[in-house]
Structures are given as structure tokens and as C-alpha cells.
Write a protein of this length. Sequence first.
Length: 185
Amino acid sequence: MYKRIAFPLSLMMIALLIVCFDSLWEINLFIRQCVMENIHGHWVIDNYMQYLPLVVFLVLPGEHKWWHRILLALVCILLMQGISESLKSITHILRPDGSTYNSFPSGHTGTAFVCASLLAFECKKRRGLKTVGYIVALATGMMRMINNRHWLSDVLFGAGLGILTVIVICWIYEKYVMKLSNNGK
């Protein structure tokens, strides 16, 4: 368990360092400038693409019963969104486009990484599906920056939060829920 949480915690710590230190905030500004100078356009596909790994997770036959998968997805997405929305109101960071003060963290990216991590949890032996799920999640985060809706730090924290949420909830699920259901209780 501890080895699995190192990566998402690292993403979240890097994001927090960028947000907390003015000298590191320059990273956000530099990445935004590079994106705005080199990539033009506004896409709305990121609003829908974030759920693509979830659809695959729910539709493909897997190791766990369909209603367990639905329950896992609901718990993970609701928990991650609850934490994300709470942080948005606490941090009060202006979006790169100047529209609102709810930039940190990226909820779209968090949701995309929850969905990709759930797919990876269900399809442990299907490396190709796991890889595609994470590529879709990464593309969602990148599109949030291309659309000028989020800073790099928002996307990094959202990705870490999404992955960490699934690791913790699936650990609880396997340790307690599966143990209880296997014992007939």
C-alpha cells in the first residue's frame, strides 16, 4: 500500500510547493506561456473524455461484480469531487483565464484519473487497457491547460488526488468489503 501511494502523493506535494511559493509559481506561468504560444484552439471534448475509462471499467467483464464496480465508482468519484470542491473554496486561486477563483485543483483531471485508476484496478492483467486509460486521463489534464482553465499545479494535484482516492478506496474494498462478502456475512 505504501509504495502505491508514493507517486500520487509526490504529484500532490509538487503541486502544493508550486502553489505555496511565489518563486515556484513561475513554473505555472512558464508552462501557460508555452502552451498559449504554441497550441491554439478551444476544445470541449475534455468535458466528456474524462469519463471514457469509466465506461470501459463498467462495460467490460472483469474480476468484480458489476454492482461492486458501480459502488466503487460512485464512492471514488464522490469522495474525490468532495475533496476537490472543498479545496477550491479554501484555496481560492484564480483560473488562468481570469474567470473565477476556483482553479485549484482540477476536478476534470481528478475525475479522469479516478476513472483511469478504476480501470487499472479492474484490468490488472490487461496492460494495454490500463495504458489507454491513463493516456486519456493525461490528455484530459493537458486539455484543461490548453483551454486555459487550469494551471499545471491544478492538473498535477487533481491527478494525484484521483489516483490516491482509488488506491485508498480499493484497498478498503479489498481488505474489508471483499473479506466480509467472502465469509458470507
